[in-house]
Structures are given as structure tokens and as C-alpha cells.
Design a protein around this ligand. Structure first.
Ligand code: ZN
Length: 388
């Protein structure tokens, strides 16, 4: 999916998270239901499924899906909102019109205007923790590697030119894991085309900075007078490094989600909101991957499918509230009718289609009434036959 740095940057930029692309869940789900119904589907034949993370704060969207689609959604979700594409068979057997809703999630703190955490109201002191623990567990290691590298590369001036004093730990090519510098972006090659240090120190080496870096950091010249050195810090940009880590590369394996994120990880760790960028990227990678599995799965033949992918933004419950006020930002959708006609809707088109739909859903179920009816329905006696 990723071919270059420009490719990652464009994907991040194209996933627009602004008021115009954001829906309250209570508005999104009836619009989605009406849209699927408008494809010519019999209301009783639509079976939704959700590929959400297992976190408790994903319950409110599931309740709304149940209310508007009139059935509990099939579970296609694995931790972190990876789509359980190995469940296509059983899912497609259970309905004629299939609606997959996939969403990675991120917390939003309206007071601090920040992304990442969630107020756990069931803890003794209402602790703020990572909204998606699965995602935080993955990104923490990479954030730490990046934090170290920002201080282990120093800017200095030697022979009146910008130089980088790089810690030997970052230069050891025999490492199997860690943050690796993209030397061709950072360092000027010598006459033989090699990255040769200009000076070797006890625990580090100095290199002449590349022409582009000399140009980019020209404004720091006054700070580097009289032998002063400063950490590269935020000037260590995503295209200047990459990560390596031993991972289980199998699809839906132990490290599936981390495999989704390791290539774009430099953009995640340098983002103002790493949890937001990581959730966004996971949604984009999963949409692309899942689409391919649907195209190849025979079980979808002869079925109608609407597959929508996006981001759940969980706004913590306020005092007295039971649920988060979750918002949904659509990323893309895929439609397939019974005859196999296919269409992909990119974000702008998808948002426009959803906005055209009514928020009113005449088919929505009164859950309290439905639950009371089930409690009062004639009880069936369970009889276990005698086993000889
Ligand atoms: Zn989660």
C-alpha cells in the first residue's frame, strides 16, 4: 500500500477530519441505514457487522447499529479494529444484504482539545488512560526510540558548515531492531560516495550535513556559534529515519496491527497526535486490505455489500452520562450489488452521499419495548433428551 514518503503524506492529508466530515453516531447510523436501504434492499434482509476494537467505549455505536438496523451486528472485529477477514464465510451465510462498518478509534478531550486519552469512569478516581490500549501498546516503543534519537543526534558547526554529531548507538548497522537514520537524507557523501565521518569521538561521530539539510537548518546558524551543539529535536523529520522490529508477519497474526503501522510509523511518532494518526492509518490500511479479501472471497457472490470504513472519535462521558458521545469520520466505502457491479466511494463523495440521507429512520427499533417483549414472551421449555 505504501510506496514512498509522499504516498504516506498524501494518505494522511486526504483523510480530512473537520466539522464537515464528522458525524455524531446518532446521525451517522440512520443515514447509513437509509443509504443501504436505498440500494433497493428489503429492510429485513440487511445484516450489519462491525469491526471495532474490543474496548468498552465501542459499545454505544454498537447499540445504535442494533437500534437502527433492528439486529445485533455480527462481530468482525479484532483488537485495535483489525477486520477478522477469516470470518467472511460465517458472516456472509447469515444475511443477504451485508453492511460492514470498520473503525479504529481514538479518544478526544474537549477541554484540552487533544487526542488520545479517555476518561475511565468505572475506575475509582476516573482515571484518564489511553483510549485504545492496543494502539498505545504498539506506538509506545516507537515513540521512545524517536525520543532518544532526537537527543542522540546533535547539530554543530565544523569548518564553517553544518555537521551532525551522531551517537554510535544509532550508527551500529548490525542492530536488528530500532530506529535507523536515513543517512542519504542527512549526510553528505564523500568523493567515493560513502558516508565518511569528518571526526570520530569517544562515543559518537561527526558528519557533514547533506546540502538539503544545510539549507533547511540555515536559520539555526546563530545558535551554533563558538562550538555550541544542540539536539536535532523536532528537526528530525519522518523522511529522515525508519524503524525495524522483529514481527510476526502473518496476516491476522500476533503483530498484524503493528505490521500495518511500521512503515508509516515515522509520521505517527512525529505527529502532534500520534494516537490519532495511528488510528487513521490503521483504518486506511485495513480498508485497502479487506477490500482485496472481499474481491477474492466466493462467499460474497450473489450478495449485496456495503463496506464503510472510518474513524470513531470517543468523547469521554460527562458526569451523569453513561456513554461517550462518539463521532464518526468516514474514510471510504465499497459497494457491490447482487450482480457484481462494484464501486468505491472516496471520502468527499461518501460524506456527500451520507449527508443527502434522512436522519429519520422509520424502521428503527424501540429497544426498551423489544427487550420487554422478549421478557414477556411465552417461555420455551428446554428439554434435554435422555442419552442412552
Ligand atoms: Zn481500542
Amino acid at each position: 500500500m505504501f510506496r514512498s514518503a509522499a504516498n504516506v503524506e498524501e494518505l494522511i492529508r486526504n483523510f480530512r477530519i473537520v466539522a464537515a466530515t464528522t458525524f455524531r453516531y446518532s446521525s451517522f447510523v440512520p443515514r447509513l441505514y437509509n443509504y443501504v436501504k436505498s440500494m433497493g434492499c428489503e429492510p429485513g434482509s440487511i445484516l450489519p457487522s462491525r469491526a471495532f476494537c474490543s474496548d468498552e467505549n465501542q459499545g454505544y455505536p454498537i447499540i445504535l447499529i442494533t437500534k437502527h438496523f433492528g439486529t445485533f451486528p455480527f462481530n468482525l472485529g479484532r483488537g485495535g479494529a483489525v477486520v477478522a477477514t477469516d470470518r467472511h464465510g460465517p458472516y456472509t451465510e447469515h444475511g443477504e444484504v451485508l453492511t460492514i462498518i470498520q473503525a479504529s478509534h481514538v479518544g478526544y478531550d474537549a477541554d484540552g482539545n487533544s487526542f488520545g486519552t479517555y476518561n475511565r469512569i468505572h475506575t475509582s478516581n476516573n482515571r484518564q488512560t489511553a483510549c485504545c490500549g492496543k494502539l498505545a501498546a504498539i506506538t509506545d516503543w516507537y515513540l521512545e526510540q524517536y525520543r532518544i534519537a532526537r537527543t542522540d543526534v546533535l547539530l554543530e558547526r565544523c569548518n564553517d558548515q553544518l555537521c551532525l554529531r551522531i551517537d554510535n548507538g544509532l550508527l551500529r548497522g548490525t542492530r536488528q531492531e530500532g530506529l535507523f537514520l536515513n543517512m542519504r537524507r542527512l549526510v553528505k557523501r564523500d568523493a567515493d560516495g560513502n558516508f565518511t565521518p569528518t571526526h570520530t569521538h569517544s562515543t559518537s561521530k561527526s558528519f557533514l550535513a547533506s546540502s538539503s539539510l544545510q539549507h533547511q537548518l540555515m536559520h539555526l546558524e546563530p545558535e551554533l556559534q563558538n562550538g555550541r551543539r544542540i539536539p536535532i529535536g523536532e528537526h528530525l523529520k519522518p523522511e529522515m529515519f525508519y524503524f525495524r522490529r522483529h514481527l510476526d508477519e502473518s496476516v491476522l497474526g500476533r503483530d498484524h496491527m503493528e505490521m500495518n503501522l511500521i512503515y508509516p510509523m515515522p509520521w505517527i511518532v512525529t505527529s502532534a497526535w500520534p494516537a490519532l494518526t495511528a488510528a487513521q492509518m490503521n483504518t486506511q490500511v485495513e480498508f485497502d486490505r479487506t477490500l482485496r479479501t472481499i474481491s477474492h472471497a466466493h462467499s460474497f457472490h450473489g450478495k449485496c455489500l456495503f463496506y464503510i470504513s472510518g474513524l470513531n472519535i470517543d468523547v469521554s462521558p460527562q458526569p451523569g452520562e453513561i456513554f461517550p458521545t462518539t463521532k464518526f469520520v468516514p474514510w471510504a466505502a465499497f459497494l457491490k450489488d447482487r450482480h457484481g457491479e462494484k464501486q468505491i466511494l472516496e471520502q468527499a463523495e461518501l460524506v456527500a452521499q451520507l449527508r443527502q440521507q434522512s436522519r429519520e429512520n422509520p424502521d428503527e427499533v424501540e429497544l426498551d419495548t423489544a427487550i420487554r417483549n422478549m421478557a414477556e414472551a411465552k417461555s420455551v421449555t428446554i428439554t434435554v433428551p435422555d442419552i442412552e
